[in-house]
Design a protein around this ligand. Sequence first.
Ligand code: ADP
Ligand code: MG
Length: 263
Amino acid sequence: MNSASATALTVSNIQKSFGQTHVLKGISLEAHKGDVISILGASGSGKSTFLRCINLLETPDEGSISLDGETIEMKRHRDGRLVAGNARQVERMRSRLGMVFQSFNLWSHMTVLQNVIEGPLRVLKRSRAECVEEAEQLLHKVGLYDRRDYYPAHLSGGQQQRVAIARALAMNPQVMLFDEPTSALDPELVGEVLRVMRSLAEEGRTMLVVTHEMGFARHVSNRVVFMQHGVIDAQGTPGELFEGLPTEGFRKFVGGHQQRNGE
Ligand code: ADP
Ligand code: MG
């Protein structure tokens, strides 16, 4: 097996309920290194819950997660639910999963540069000089080097999201998780964020991207997963899904998007 096809992330049979609501009904997914997987689905289908289970912001009720061959230890609580068995392992694994949210979540009292160096400085305990040097390179990459001393409130949404991407990259994550990174942006700012994400894909970064951007799903990702009612209803290459339209659920989903976008 060559390194290009090595497994980065394996998720097996994830189940999650909130009270009586069974949100994830057994989701399995394997991401190879360099895969860019778009996760599509209607609102409420469980996409965010799925990403949050992967980095244990939510604890799955069932299932297992392995990152780069290391499986997250889970214990069964007396009531039968799973709990993470090893807090230090969870912290370590989480630091290897870069997460980018719809709402940017930058620290508002810190400048752009401070936002980007905070993780490597405090969590990875690297030297300030090294963190600053790398942060400046990352800010060049996302086109915001000249804004390094700005506070988030003085940036546009697209700029804030690019800072959030640089901040996630600063931890040198093995897998990047994006949850609708462009959904909160004004339409004219979506393109600048998608361009940065495309450049990460072209660098061979492993990415799971929950998105409603059909252009990204079709032309940037190499795999597409369509979730419906807490299960994977269809998955395959963009061609297999968008040309093949394999399930009724996916046909309706794509039809709804085309109508909304006037295509
Ligand atoms: P999506 O991201 O696909 O829109 P979500 O994962 O956010 O879907 O939500 C899936 C379902 O789980 C929804 O019905 C939502 O109301 C429910 N849900 C998500 N998080 C919670 C929570 N913390 N408590 C209760 N219900 C939740
Ligand atoms: Mg969501």
